[in-house]
Design a protein around this ligand. Structure first.
Ligand code: SER
Length: 584
């Protein structure tokens, strides 16, 4: 069955079960600078999992373009991908375990015709935070999975959360038995030997993990599921790896035809990274030296390195892009429209990289010679850093080159130097920041403190999904941008104002502390861009109301602020609201 048929079957099935099909969010999150790319179908839905009303209702389904970058280095083996498509269905405070499991079971066995004998499932074994999930196990039994294929595992396997904090819960995973022999007597779905392939994950999202590490029950119980399309296609097409499915086969075949040196890992890297790059560019991403842009740069540069390795002319990039676009445009029609842009972006990046490569490779060759003369097997971190800093040579490229020459690189030392370098530029930036604040007057100082109170009040009135997205202060007024999807009601605005004024009336002292960043995080301190701060951070605490990383300055007691008034509440951009307020 082709990938697009699986996708359509999925969306239709859930539509017939009362779900509304919503569009895939862009690969590049619209209002969330805290993550680089969309990594799961639930990510754009977080506010709704936390209780906000979704305009399309309580039962949703979609296909979501996702990119996970932790495993870039692993691509080339028989399973890792960076870009993938996740099919998902959600209950936002609607159905729960029984219905979710029955639907998954029916979809797998009746729509995809997977024999029950091929299926195993896992459930949460229970711990101090959440009981053993026997309800889920019983639902599986009732649906028709024999008890011997129902397994229990702990948080490592059967608990799902995106990152460190946020909505989460126990999950149940479905596995497909490839029919390979057991790797040992204890072979089971969590052992990772390849006999069992995970195909679907249903998360029963009814908890919220705070920054303090504590779990609280959410207002509503949700279901969040994710089924990896590439993997399912592979299994249903009876293939051993996703690279043999129709999603990659045309590019893989062309690479085989073009290559002068045979290396399957390189072919997979080229096919995978090119597809991921195309999808990122199609959603507006461009190469650069930071964050998202740097990931894209790495993907394109690794593609080129491996084309060089197979001795494929870089002029073929255009053909390879065409093959990809032709192959995928039925699934992603926007690719056709962006075909030329995609080519231009990739080819310009190639031209830049070729220049860098030529210079860097010469330098690398010198360093190699030097290392060999000294009988070294490891290239110094200092050299790796110099190649990075002076020649724009990504460390993974240096590593590839070193490996080709039977050498290693000192990654640890490189990372230490890289951190040191980052720390220095951070300190520079903080210095500038402090300088900027030196001229802060009395009113601006008051508005700084009012901003912290407003942030804390909004969290209480609207919910824990509220985070600062920006702010701007003058002597006349404050402006505060925060994550929230809908217009605030008159009542919400009034309550927020009242709460801030109540705290002002309580005359709460404002305390300033310096502490290790990790301790601040442990204490649950708010921070807009945590990674932008150095190891020792400045934190302002206002009673038990607010704890935020901030350079200050602040008043010493909330009673100094006067009367707080919201002047305006409006949309700033999608998913972000803006409040203008004054102190009277
Ligand atoms: N959020 C869960 C996952 O990514 C289910 O979609 O696996």
């Amino acid at each position: 069955m082709k990938a697009i048929e699986i996708r359509n079957k999925y969306l239709n099935f859930f539509k017939n079960h009362g779900h509304v099909v919503i569009p895939s969010a862009p690969l590049i999150p619209e209002n969330d600078p805290s993550v680089l790319f969309t990594t799961a179908g639930m990510q754009p839905l977080v506010p709704y999992l936390l209780g906000e009303t979704h305009p399309a209702g309580k039962r949703l389904t979609d296909f979501q373009k996702c990119l996970r970058t932790n495993d870039i280095e692993e691509v080339g083996d028989n399973r890792h991908l960076t870009y993938f498509e996740m099919l998902g269905n959600w209950s936002l405070g609607d159905y729960f375990k029984e219905e979710s499991i029955q639907m998954s079971f029916d979809f797998l066995t009746k729509e995809l015709n997977i024999p029950i004998e091929k299926l195993s499932v896992t459930c949460f074994a229970g711990d101090k935070d959440c009981p053993r999930d026997e309800v889920t196990a019983n639902c599986w039994k009732k649906a028709g999975i024999p008890v011997e294929r129902i397994y229990y595992f702990g948080k490592d396997d059967n608990w799902w959360i995106a990152g460190e904090d946020g909505p989460c819960g126990p999950d149940t995973e479905m596995f497909y038995d490839t029919g390979k022999p057991k790797c040992s007597e204890n072979c089971n779905p969590s052992c990772g030997c390849g006999k069992y392939v995970e195909i679907w994950n249903n998360v029963f999202m009814e908890y919220f993990k705070g920054k303090d590490g504590k779990y609280i029950k959410l207002k509503q119980h949700n279901v969040d599921t994710g089924l990896g399309l590439e993997r399912m296609t592979m299994l249903l097409e009876g293939k051993e790896t996703p690279f043999e499915t129709e999603l990659f086969a045309p590019v893989m075949e062309k690479l085989q035809e073009l290559q002068k040196i045979d290396d399957i890992a390189s072919r997979r890297i080229i096919a995978e990274h090119l597809r991921a790059s195309i999808m990122i560019i199609c959603d507006g991403g461009r190469p650069s030296n930071i964050d998202r842009g740097y990931i894209l740069r790495r993907l394109i540069r690794r593609t080129i390195r491996h084309m060089n390795k197979l001795q494929i002319s870089l002029d073929e990039l255009s053909t390879l892009i065409d093959i990809n676009v032709d192959n995928l445009k039925e699934m992603y029609p926007a690719l056709e429209k962006n075909r030329e842009t995609i080519k231009t972006v990739i080819i310009e990046e190639k031209d830049k990289f070729v220049k860098t490569l030529t210079k860097g490779e010469k330098e690398f060759a010198k360093e190699m010679e030097f290392a060999k003369q000294q009988n070294k097997k490891v290239i110094d971190g200092k050299v790796v850093f110099k190649l990075y800093d002076t020649y724009g040579f990504p460390p993974e490229v240096t590593e590839d080159l070193a490996n080709e020459n039977g050498m290693q690189i000192d990654k640890k030392e490189f990372e230490r130097l890289f951190k040191e370098h980052q720390e220095k530029s951070r300190q520079g930036a903080e210095q500038k920041f402090k300088g900027g604040l030196a001229s802060t007057g009395e009113m601006e100082t008051k508005y700084h403190t009012a901003t912290h109170l407003l942030n804390a009040a909004l969290k209480q009135i609207l919910g824990p999904h509220v985070h600062q997205r920006g702010s701007n202060i003058t002597a006349e007024r404050m402006r505060f941008d925060f994550s929230h999807d809908s217009k605030m009601t008159e009542e919400e605005k009034q309550k927020t104002e009242e709460l801030v004024n109540k705290w002002i009336a309580e005359a709460i002292p404002v305390e300033h502390m310096e502490m290790k960043k990790e301790d601040a995080i442990k204490m649950g301190a708010e921070a807009m861009f945590i990674e932008k701060y150095g190891d020792i951070v400045s934190v302002y605490k206002i009673g038990d109301k607010s704890l935020e990383l901030c350079g200050g300055p602040h008043v010493s007691n909330t009673s100094e602020l006067g009367h707080f008034k919201i002047k305006k509440e409006e949309s700033s951009s999608s998913g972000v609201r803006r409040i203008k307020a004054v102190l009277e």
